[in-house]
Ligand binder design. Structure first.
Ligand SMILES: [Mn+2]
Length: 295
């Protein structure tokens, strides 16, 4: 029997991917459409531990007759090699670069749009029935929107993210400080196994590794890892690297580089990077995928 398999990139699963997969499987079920979730990558540090049990419900084998829905990814090179492009029926994504590739193949079944979170595109599919989603789905969608838009401070934020957020929040059971609590939990988890977490959330761009660490408040992190020690840690992991510490509360990024040629490259291409007391900073929050647009 034909089934839909919800899947994403193979490298890792972040909060946006998990939110999209859990919520979309529920949305499809509302229409009596069966689906399974295939997410072979490890969960990265953006997912709170209480959602780890969802892994147990994921499938790990694929059938020849499976049809696929891509979530939070549209680069065909990052899909599991067992999945053929011809078996993909829908794409939901908010990354740049492969819009035309998919629109040519799938027309309106390729929903690739510049919103802050892919979770927003999924929630829009059920905009009149959001109240029928489980509390976990509601919470995951909210966390994904907050995480992907850096609390609506990132440039990628759109009014569509805010609209969905405003519809979802009253349906949640979150307590008052949920955003700060989320980031605190993420930070603690990140620090527990920092080397692995960095490896799981690093993208290879051209000839360097690009790591992003998101922190609501930065003080605790810098107490444990002063910039000099984080420099050593990165040098042990990668040869050529860029580290972006996203400091949400202060609305800036701190950037560290493995070499002068990389810091020069960033400074040449990105006008809002300034050097302050020997430290490279941005004067507004910037996500990794935004930096890439400038390079
Ligand atoms: Mn995303």
């Amino acid at each position: 029997m034909k089934r839909y398999v919800l899947t994403a990139g193979t490298k890792y699963v972040d909060i946006d991917v998990l939110a999209c997969a859990i919520a979309l499987s529920e949305i499809l079920a509302l229409d009596n459409i069966k689906s399974s979730i295939f997410l072979p990558g490890p969960f990265n540090g953006t997912i709170p531990k209480k959602y780890y049990h969802y892994k147990e419900s994921f499938i790990d084998t694929l059938n020849d007759a499976d049809r696929y829905i891509l979530l939070d990814i549209s680069d065909p090179n990052h899909i599991d090699s067992k999945i053929s492009v011809d078996a993909i029926d829908f794409v939901f994504d908010h990354h740049y670069g492969y819009e035309k590739f998919w629109k040519d193949r799938l027309c309106q079944k390729a929903i690739i749009e510049p919103v802050g979170a892919c979770a927003t595109l999924i929630a829009e599919q059920a905009i009149d029935s959001l109240n029928q989603l489980s509390k976990d789905s509601i919470h995951l969608l909210l966390l994904a929107i907050i995480s992907n838009t850096l609390c609506f401070k990132a440039n990628v934020t759109s009014d569509r993210d805010k609209k969905i957020f405003d519809l979802l929040l009253p349906l949640s059971c979150f307590s008052e400080n949920w955003i700060e609590s989320y980031y605190k939990e993420i930070e603690n988890g990140f620090l527990e196994n920092i080397e692995n977490n960095i490896k799981n959330d690093t993208k290879i761009i051209n000839n360097f590794h690009f790591t992003q660490i998101e922190l609501y408040k930065i003080d605790n992190f810098l107490k444990i890892y002063p910039l000099s020690s984080i420099n050593n840690l990165m040098n042990n992991l990668f040869e050529h690297w860029v580290l972006s510490l996203v400091h949400i509360e202060k609305n800036e990024n701190i950037l560290l580089f493995s070499s002068v040629s990389l810091s020069n490259l960033f400074q040449e291409k990105i006008s809002f990077i300034k050097k302050e007391h020997g430290v490279f900073k941005t004067n507004r929050l910037c996500l990794r995928k935004e930096f890439l647009k400038y390079l």
